[in-house]
Design a protein around this ligand. Structure first.
Ligand SMILES: NC(=O)c1ccc[n+]([C@@H]2O[C@H](COP(=O)([O-])OP(=O)(O)OC[C@H]3O[C@@H](n4cnc5c(N)ncnc54)[C@H](OP(=O)(O)O)[C@@H]3O)[C@@H](O)[C@H]2O)c1
Length: 184
C-alpha cells in the first residue's frame, strides 16, 4: 500500500520502518506538513494536542482513510465539540477513520516479530477502515482487536492512561493479547 505517516517520531517512524519491511511504500511527513493525495492510507502520529495544527498543514486529506494513533495527556482535550481526536479527524476528512496503535508501546516494536503469540492492537472506528487496520496491524506484527465503532474512540484514547498506570505499577512496557475460546 501507499502509506503516508503524519508524524515520523517513535510511533510514526517506528511503524513506517515495520511497514516498509513488509513491502509497503511509506512517505514520512513532520511538522512542515505536505501533500497526502497520493496515499491510500494516512497514519496520524503527532502529539495529541497538535492534531488540529497538523491536519491544517496537509493537503489532499479529503475522503482519505486515516488511522489515528494519537493520545491526549496532561488534561489535553480534543478539539471543541468532539469527544475524541479520531472523531475530529473524521470531521476534517470525511473518510473512513480508525483509532489504532495508540494502546501499544513504540519501544517494543522491534520485539513484536519474535513474540510467542501475536500481540493485540485495539482499534475502534468505521467498518470501511477495518480491512486496512487488520492488514497494517498484521504487517506490524499485531492482531487487530475491535473495540467498537468511532463512538468508542474516546474510550480507547482513555485507555492510554490505563496502559501507563499498568506499566508504572511494576510491569514496565508490555504487550497484550485477547483471545476467544478455541484460540487460548
Ligand atoms: N511513543 C509511544 O509509545 C506512543 C504509543 C502510543 C501512542 N502514542 C501517541 O502517538 C503520537 C506520537 O507520539 P511519538 O512518541 O511518536 O512522538 P514523537 O516521537 O515526539 O514524534 C512526534 C512527531 O510529530 C510531529 N509533529 C509535532 N508537532 C507537529 C505539528 N504541529 N504538526 C505536524 N507534525 C507535528 C513531529 O514532527 P518533526 O519530525 O517535524 O519534529 C514528529 O515527527 C502521540 O499522540 C502519542 O501520544 C505514542
Amino acid at each position: 500500500m501507499d502509506i503516508t505517516v503524519l508524524g515520523r517520531g517513535n510511533i510514526g517512524g517506528g511503524l513506517a520502518d515495520l511497514w516498509e519491511r513488509s513491502g509497503h511504500r511509506v512517505t514520512r511527513l513532520g511538522r512542515d506538513g505536505g501533500d497526502v493525495s497520493g496515499a491510500e492510507v494516512v497514519l496520524l502520529a503527532v502529539p495529541g494536542d497538535a492534531v488540529e495544527k497538523a491536519l491544517s498543514s496537509v493537503a489532499g486529506l479529503a475522503g482519505k482513510t486515516v488511522v489515528d494513533a494519537t493520545n491526549l495527556y496532561g488534561g489535553a482535550r480534543p478539539a471543541d465539540g468532539f469527544s475524541s481526536n479520531a472523531e475530529y479527524v473524521k470531521s476534517v476528512t470525511g473518510g473512513p477513520t480508525a483509532k489504532a496503535f495508540n494502546t501499544n508501546f513504540a519501544t517494543l516494536f522491534g520485539q513484536v516479530a519474535g513474540a510467542r503469540a501475536r500481540p493485540g492492537n485495539l482499534w475502534s472506528g468505521d467498518d470501511e477502515a477495518g480491512d486496512v487496520v487488520s492488514r497494517l496491524s498484521l504487517d506490524a506484527g499485531y492482531e487487530a482487536v475491535r473495540l467498537g465503532n468511532l463512538g468508542m474512540a474516546a474510550t480507547q484514547e482513555g485507555l492510554a492512561g490505563v496502559m501507563f498506570s499498568i506499566a508504572q505499577s511494576g510491569l514496565g512496557e508490555f504487550v497484550y493479547r485477547m483471545a476467544p475460546p478455541g484460540q487460548l
